[in-house]
Design a protein around this ligand. Structure first.
Ligand code: ADP
Ligand code: AMP
Length: 206
């Protein structure tokens, strides 16, 4: 199986499409955001280091991210990278320990991602992702999967969202051209309903 990168601004729907791809195709899901939130929740030294950056909407330093990913990936094939790489330095670092076969770029405009993030809720227990408007839970405030309480991520508050978007434009958007030059970029419209986005991504991976 091939290694895939999901690229796109915060709120593009990377996590949402990733969980479906994992379910249907059995990728190893590597979400650096989820891994960092786990480290923060466990209060590890890495979590303590990452916490401030995350709360401000800044990127955690490349060396920290690369060593975290490297431990998880090893020589595995069939990895779905979600929210990583986020800088050209991370992309170069990744190439030193594994290959990237396809990069799917989820294209969606700023206004739409800002809207999505303001109504995103996540399960505090299992991390499942919901949206009050587009993907509400069956019972308000309660996770369909595990019954856990739904919360709003601190970094989904408007001031931090604005910063995350700026950081994305400055540090991560250049990855589109980077992977385009390598001939492995596939563009997918992500301003459509989740089912359509999933289908288009699955098609791009064929
Ligand atoms: P990312 O991982 O790229 O930050 P998420 O997958 O967490 O994005 O999605 C951001 C928010 O938008 C969540 O609230 C999610 O439920 C919602 N969402 C995801 N995909 C779509 C879609 N195709 N249409 C509408 N809302 C979506
Ligand atoms: P995400 O869950 O992908 O939205 O990531 C949440 C936050 O974790 C980001 O705003 C960053 O602070 C941090 N983060 C996640 N992935 C990375 C990465 N690849 N490089 C640097 N910081 C990251």
């Amino acid at each position: 199986m091939r290694n895939v990168v999901l690229l796109g601004p915060p709120g593009a729907g990377k996590g949402t499409v990733a969980s479906r791809l994992v379910r249907e195709f059995g990728f190893l899901h590597v979400s650096t955001g989820d891994m960092l939130r786990e480290e923060v929740a466990r209060g590890t030294p890495l979590g303590q280091l990452a916490q401030g950056y995350m709360a401000r909407g800044e990127l955690v330093p490349d060396e920290v991210i690369l060593s975290l990913v490297r431990q998880r990936v090893d020589a595995q094939k069939g990895v779905l990278f979600d929210g990583f790489p986020r800088t050209v330095a991370q992309a170069e670092g990744l190439e030193r320990f594994t290959s990237v076969d396809v990069v799917v770029f989820l294209e969606v405009e700023r206004d739409e991602v800002v809207r999505r993030l303001s109504s995103r809720r996540v399960c505090g227990t299992c991390g499942a992702v919901y949206n009050l408007v587009t993907q509400p839970p069956r019972e308000p405030g309660k996770c369909d999967r595990c019954g856990g309480a739904l919360i709003q991520r601190e970094d989904d508050k408007p001031e931090v969202v604005a910063r995350r978007f700026e950081v994305y434009m400055r540090d991560s958007a250049p990855l589109v051209a980077y992977y385009e030059r390598r001939g492995i970029l596939r563009r997918v419209r992500a301003d459509l309903p989740p089912e359509d986005v999933f289908r288009a991504v699955a098609e791009a991976l064929r």
